[in-house]
Ligand binder design. Structure first.
Ligand code: BGC
Length: 676
């Protein structure tokens, strides 16, 4: 009777009124909380949950990893769709797929009763040695922001919070708990911030996870400049900041976190232990106003995800559906990159090939244990060899001796484990393990028609073997449908259209972060001395030929680029500039191309990269089909961050507009003059 009465009373409180505006609901609930209850709300329990406040009907707010599927536990008791890794999804350059992925994973999060997804991971690929390269999207800030916005929009369309991570400059795993990333303001503004900023401003991301590392000497979770000034004041972030798991262990004080604007400490109380909070508060180390602001942010997101709403009014949830599995396959098919295809060895013709040797250490390996918090537990995973066998059944004999086969499919690559593609450690080798290099060389001697299929979430060196091998397919970690996707590409059911979101250097020392021990891995500090010259910005400016450039990816058809038209030859102020071109599928099969637009500032008072991506479009074309592609450039696309005046600027002068099929395969070129 009493219980019923209290429930009845609660439902009549203003914060429960769905017709009241959000901020009034937040204020009302905040006022009803005691100081101690607020302290309780600000740290987690049982790894994924906040503590409930039963008195006011505040349930636990639940969150789960991760970037490629919902991970509820470490034993896989709860299965979920295992999507391709983020680098593979980004290699699709298909924003619609990124958004659909967001929708699907949002539905799965909701289905397990949670409210927030701990993803996407949007740290920039600064070095190919970072153990989490597979979990992050790209080396390019423009592609990064477009892809991040799409995922966040998708997730949050399901009234599930996306948590963009790890803010910021967690670009290596070596010493991640203690290292200070020493980064210039210009590099932050031009390279590392844009995806976070766009996810906040364009997609209204409801949560941000701070990083383990320090930025310029201050830990992410207590970095007032980063959280309060940049994220909250400048970008107008309205959600809450959560720590990376146990990150506060390495920080300084309770008050430094509260004053920086950190709301939630996970997975358990360290700095936000109630007694530490009370002590700091009583000692006047932080004000009630500041603390209330932090709490309000969490309450706001609780309302946004519908924590107090009738479940029946929330978006429909689902998990492990055939639709989600088909989406996982679709992403893998579009994300796989055909790196090399000498003599058009691929696609294979099932009618002509009689015997295929399918060998190699990754042919029969699952990949779902994603090296840390990206691990997944799917109901099944199609391994590469299974996909190939399924495709070939009754038509082609699959053997294991290259010398007796028409062709060899050689599966090599990395694993999600220490020293490979895994959280917590960087890779220990840039090349493949020596046993695999030996295997490639031996196989190619036995059978020159050898196609190397690489399973890895990061670039590997190929110099020892690339010239001998006619065809190479970068298959990444393709999720639970990887085997089927690889088979579809190999046999031409799907025409490859993935493009590299990261440069593949010939050797590690070509890579900008690898100038010295100071620049990588550093010790207490790691100096980002390359500044804005990350990835292809460095390779292009220094004219260093990479093994495979950013934006590269072959197709089974050909595309003709023509009729570039630039709306005006002079632009001023913030007026938009329209650019059009025509693209034709001039080959014989259906295919998709990613048309890329780069700008080049011909003369500038500061050094600028030789090329900067400022637009792209993925277009699907039947043979002989032609389409017009439109881009619009604005002042912000011509701008750089001027450290002297601490603002973005576009300088007067000539800008080249470069349109191409990769960063090094420019097909059309024009110029404009910016008049200021
Ligand atoms: C990782 C985060 C992850 C968290 C929870 C941390 O170690 O860095 O990305 O979301 O654990 O599993």
């Amino acid at each position: 009777m009493n219980k019923e009465k209290s429930e009845l009373d609660l439902s009549k409180l203003p914060f429960m009124d769905i017709n009241l505006d959000l901020e009034s609901r937040v204020e009302d609930l905040l006022e009803r909380l005691t100081l101690e209850e607020k302290f309780i709300l600000c740290s987690g329990r049982k790894w994924w949950y906040t503590k409930p406040i039963k008195r006011l009907g505040i349930r636990s707010f639940a969150m789960h990893d991760g970037p490629h599927g919902v991970r509820v536990d470490n034993e896989g008791k709860i299965k979920s769709t295992y999507f391709p890794s983020a680098i593979c999804r980004t290699a699709t350059w298909n924003l619609d797929l990124s958004e659909k992925f967001g929708v699907a994973i949002g539905q799965e999060i909701r289905e397990v009763g949670a409210h927030m997804l701990l993803a996407p991971g949007i740290n920039i690929h600064r070095t190919p040695m970072c153990g989490r390269t597979f979990e992050y999207q790209t080396e390019d800030p423009y592609l990064n922001k477009k892809s991040a916005v799409a995922v966040v929009r998708g997730v949050q369309s399901q009234r599930v919070a996306a948590c963009i991570k790890h803010f910021i400059c967690n670009n290596q795993e070596t010493n991640r708990f203690t290292v200070s990333s020493e980064v210039s303001e210009r590099a932050l503004q031009e390279i590392y911030y844009p995806a976070f900023k766009a996810a906040v401003q364009e997609a209204d991301a409801w949560s941000v996870m701070s990083c383990y590392n320090k930025l310029n000497g201050i830990y992410g979770a207590e970095n007032k400049h980063l959280l309060k000034e940049v994220l909250m004041n400048e970008w107008e972030f309205r959600g809450f900041v959560v720590t990376d798991w146990a990150a506060t262990r390495w920080g300084t004080t309770t008050e430094s976190c509260v004053n920086a604007g950190l709301t939630l400490e996970m997975p358990t109380a360290i700095k936000y232990d109630i007694s530490k909070m009370s002590k700091a508060y009583k000692a006047g180390k932080f004000t009630l106003e500041t603390f209330n602001e932090n709490v309000k942010r969490l309450l706001r997101v609780m309302f946004l995800v519908g924590l107090f709403d009738d479940e029946n009014t929330l978006p429909k949830c689902s998990r492990n559906t055939p639709e989600h599995q088909a989406l996982a396959r679709g992403i893998a098919e579009e994300g796989i990159v055909l790196l090399k295809n000498k003599g058009d060895l691929l696609p294979l013709d099932l009618e002509k090939v009689k015997k295929i040797a399918a060998i190699g250490p990754t042919a029969n390996k699952r990949t779902y244990l994603g090296g840390g918090s990206s691990s997944n537990f799917p109901p099944y995973e199609v391994k590469p060899i299974e996909g190939i066998k399924e495709k070939c059944k009754e038509q082609v004999e699959i053997i294991t001796t290259p010398s007796e086969a028409d062709l060899t499919l050689l599966f090599v690559g990395l694993r999600h484990k220490e020293g490979g593609d895994a959280e917590q450690w960087d890779k220990d080798l840039f090349s493949l393990p020596s046993s695999q290099i030996e295997l490639i060389n031996k196989t190619i001697e036995e059978n020159p028609n050898t196609i190397v299929i690489l399973t890895s979430g990061s670039p590997v060196s190929m110099v020892e073997w690339i010239d001998k091998v006619p065809a190479v397919v970068q298959a990444w970690y393709g999720g639970m449908e990887a085997g089927n996707a690889i088979a579809a590409i190999i046999f031409g059911d799907v025409n490859p259209s993935g493009k590299l979101p990261i440069t593949f250097p010939k050797k590690l020392s070509d890579s900008p972060a690898h100038a010295s021990e100071r620049t990588y891995p550093g010790s207490e500090k790691v100096f980002y001395e390359e500044g804005i010259f990350v990835g292809y910005r460095h390779f292009e400016t220094q004219n260093i030929e990479p093994l495979f450039p950013f934006g590269h990816g072959l197709s089974y058809t050909k595309f003709t680029y023509e009729s570039l038209e630039i709306g005006k030859d002079k632009v001023s102020g913030d007026e938009g500039l329209n650019i059009t071109l025509e693209i034709t599928n001039s080959g014989e099969v259906f295919g998709a191309e990613v048309v890329q637009l780069y700008i080049q500032d011909v003369e500038c008072s500061v050094e600028r990269p030789f090329k900067e991506l400022k637009g792209f479009e993925k277009v699907k074309l039947k043979p002989n089909e032609k389409k017009t592609i439109k881009f619009e450039l604005r002042k912000e696309d011509l701008s750089f961050f001027d450290e002297k005046d601490n603002c973005w600027k576009a300088e007067k002068g000539i800008f080249n507009i470069l349109i191409g099929s990769s960063s090094r395969d420019i097909r059309l070129q024009g110029e404009i003059e910016y008049l200021g």
